[in-house]
Design a protein around this ligand. Sequence first.
Ligand SMILES: *Cc1c(COP(=O)(O)O)cnc(C)c1O
Length: 243
Amino acid sequence: MNEIAANIAAVRERIAAAARHAGRPEGEIRLVGVTKTHPAELVAQAIEAGLTDFGENRVQEAEPKIAALADRRAGVAWHLIGHLQRNKAKKAAELFDIIHSLDSLRLAQALDRAAAERPALPVLLQVNVSGEASKEGFALAGWEERPALLDAFFGEVEALLALPHLCVGGLMTIAPWGPDPEAARPAFRSARMLRDRLAQRFPQADWSALSMGMTDDFAVAIGEGATLVRVGRAIFGARAPAF
Ligand SMILES: *Cc1c(COP(=O)(O)O)cnc(C)c1O
């Protein structure tokens, strides 16, 4: 077994343990390997090892990588997990199978136009429930105590759900970084509770997906209901400092 395959197996074991601990079926949790900064050859090794889902942050970086792996495109899903600029919506709708980082109604409208020529584009709404200035996402810090903020968000969600070429599947969040993974728990819990509120308010849509948890905190995220974990370093190793 090569190193990538061994890393994937180890992460899968940790996912299974976290699921058991949470009393959840392991099959509910999908592992997305985050390949930003890593070359297509490493992605190919991960595909060999049976990984089917890959996350990239940037359209420009993903485009040549996805092209280099075109002969293995069948059975592989590419996830856009980083902030998307509206002027790249068309390219993103061509390249990706799902967008985790839908963070404004204007971006949703651009993606809806861009997805007109393809099957409905699966999207997750990225929510910022921790209020960190550096995080993208719908600004929802403290939504539990801010009914006006929540109402305004519901208004945007209503408009978003009316877009014919997008298919909303749930929420994505990034927890504040910190040395203690437990510190991420309140943000994950808040995102899950917000998802539950959305499911109550908009039962016509699918809210089952919760994309949350990375190398340092995915076990905590699984405990709070994550269905997609985005894991980079634990599979592919350290990245260059710029990332
Ligand atoms: C880079 C990145 C990840 C993966 O982070 P690791 O700590 O390497 O597991 C997950 N989600 C997003 C949005 C990222 O940008």
